[in-house]
Design a protein around this ligand. Structure first.
Ligand code: ADP
Ligand code: 5GP
Length: 186
């Protein structure tokens, strides 16, 4: 049995996942997994921080070599969670994955001990306001993300816990409580 909890955080774009994870990492030691992708970096994204940006050939080679805990394709690009990083870090402590619902459910299949947490908005209006307020996407991308949001939230019943991100401090506290409880270990 490894030492840490594998915590998988999902939720619609703009719900506050990145903000919550950032707050958790201020007060707890945990490893945040950086995914691999074949899509091009966006402005301001750094290789190894936002993602590991790989060629399609390299990604497919890693698939062949069982290098991913899970992977999927979105809009013609591959995205995957590196297996070795997660397994090594779980020996030391908690590991957090911030991935979409399809990836999360695949992780649960591979690691039944993983804890799946869905971050949900208090209501749709707040989600729209946060996406607009973040100012990183144009209206067309925002409306695509909102469509996807309905799909993501429809998978909530398959999650171990649904946390409403209304009061940020409260939501962060609820996620930390899951890590402190520390069950569901691998
Ligand atoms: P995600 O990682 O889920 O796409 P972000 O963490 O980027 O979302 O958050 C989207 C926006 O919502 C950011 O501008 C962030 O400051 C804001 N936000 C996050 N949590 C809350 C909250 N509880 N109340 C109000 N605004 C929030
Ligand atoms: P984006 O290109 O906007 O960064 O991400 C597109 C989609 O890929 C999002 O839904 C995001 O959650 C998902 N994604 C990011 N990393 C991974 C991963 O490691 N595995 C899977 N399955 N999806 C991921």
């Amino acid at each position: 049995m490894s030492k840490g909890t594998l915590l998988v955080i999902s939720g619609p774009s703009g719900v506050g996942k990145g903000t919550i994870v950032g707050e958790i990492l201020k007060s707890r030691k945990a490893a945040l997994s950086v995914s691999c992708t074949t899509r091009a970096p966006r402005e301001g994204e750094t290789d190894g921080k936002s993602y590991f940006f790989l060629t399609k050939e390299k990604f497919e080679e890693l698939i062949e070599n069982n290098g991913f805990l899970e992977y999927s394709k979105h809009f013609d690009n591959y995205y995957g969670t590196p297996r070795k990083f997660v397994e090594d870090k779980l020996e030391e402590g908690d590991v957090i994955l911030e991935i979409d619902v399809d990836g999360a459910l695949n992780v649960k299949r591979a690691y039944p001990g993983a804890v799946l947490v869905m971050i949900a908005p208090p209501d749709r209006q707040s989600l729209v306001a946060r996406l607009r307020g973040r100012g990183t996407e144009d209206e067309e991308v925002i409306s695509r993300r909102l469509e996807r949001a309905d799909y993501e939230l429809s998978k909530s019943p398959l999650y171990d816990k649904v946390i409403i991100n209304d009061d940020l401090g409260k939501a962060v506290g609820e996620v930390i409580a899951i890590l402190e409880k520390g069950d569901n270990k691998q």
